[in-house]
Design a protein around this ligand. Structure first.
Ligand code: 6GU
Length: 252
């Protein structure tokens, strides 16, 4: 998969996406991620990329020409029939979710535009046909960290990026449940013991305990997710489980 990131701070992108799993996938040629410095495409002799907003107001805006020049350079080598999906990182966008990550992982080529200052000339967004994406209800100083988050979440879904041992099926959000608590050695850490069931070697009991823990955690922390999880189970399945749970509570 190819991801081109347009930014004024390519080093910030490299600092994040040059390391760890994504860094290794790039080195292995599975992910082709490039940060492009928008400033290199300024037509100004002082390499300026910003200007004051028309109509007045505070702050500076990123001007359209350097962004569009940068975009044109990225798409210049592409075959005619290839139209990469373009994202613009903005708190104004739709909030990014795991479902979006899955959708984007099907794309062959993504282009991500990072904003700075007080925003971007609307004509740049329009010309690139960019979809605005936010990563949550808070404001960042720029789109770079958001672009890294999108790239990480999408990149790890590409086959070969994660080690074989890591299973996508049992992850938080994959089935609307948060992950159960995990333990490793030492068995007794400062008087805190690993739950007995995990040391029992009884795999059915361990699976049952993990599912219960995941359900408890999800219902406490994310009632919205828990509702979704609950609804997705068939009525029959649900009735069966409730009966079983009633049995375990009376046994306690
Ligand atoms: Cl994508 N950009 C900025 N600047 N702030 C944000 C954001 C993006 N998502 C949430 N806050």
């Amino acid at each position: 998969m190819k991801i081109d990131i347009m930014t004024l701070f390519p080093a910030q992108i490299e600092a994040v996406l040059g390391e760890s799993i994504i860094g290794r996938a790039r080195a292995a040629g599975i992910l082709d991620i490039k940060a492009h410095n928008i400033r290199d495409y300024s037509e100004d002799k002082h390499r300026r990329v910003d200007d004051t907003p028309c109509g007045g107001g505070r702050g500076m805006l990123m001007a359209a020409p350097p962004i569009v020049n940068c975009y044109n350079a990225i798409i210049s080598d592409l075959p005619e029939e290839v139209t990469p999906k373009v994202l613009y990182m903005s708190p104004r966008g739709k909030t990014f979710s795991q479902e979006d990550a899955k959708q984007l992982a099907n794309e062959e080529h993504l282009i991500i535009l990072c904003g700075h200052y007080e925003g971007i000339d609307q004509r740049a967004i329009d010309h690139l046909n960019a979809e605005e994406v936010s990563i949550g209800d808070y404001v960042l100083t720029g789109g770079e960290l958001a672009a890294c988050i999108i790239t990480d979440a999408v990149g790890r879904l590409i086959p070969g990026v994660l080690p074989e041992a890591v299973c996508h099926e049992k992850e938080s959000f994959e089935d609307d449940l948060l992950e159960y608590p995990q333990y490793t050695r030492p068995i007794d850490f400062m008087g805190m013991k690993v739950p007995d069931v995990l040391l029992s070697g009884h795999h059915a009991n361990i699976d049952k305990w993990r599912l219960e823990q995941a359900e408890i955690l999800t219902s406490q922390r994310r009632p919205d997710l828990y509702d979704k999880y609950f609804q997705r189970k068939s009525a029959a399945e649900e009735a069966k489980k409730r009966k079983k749970r009633r049995k375990t509570t009376t046994a306690e």
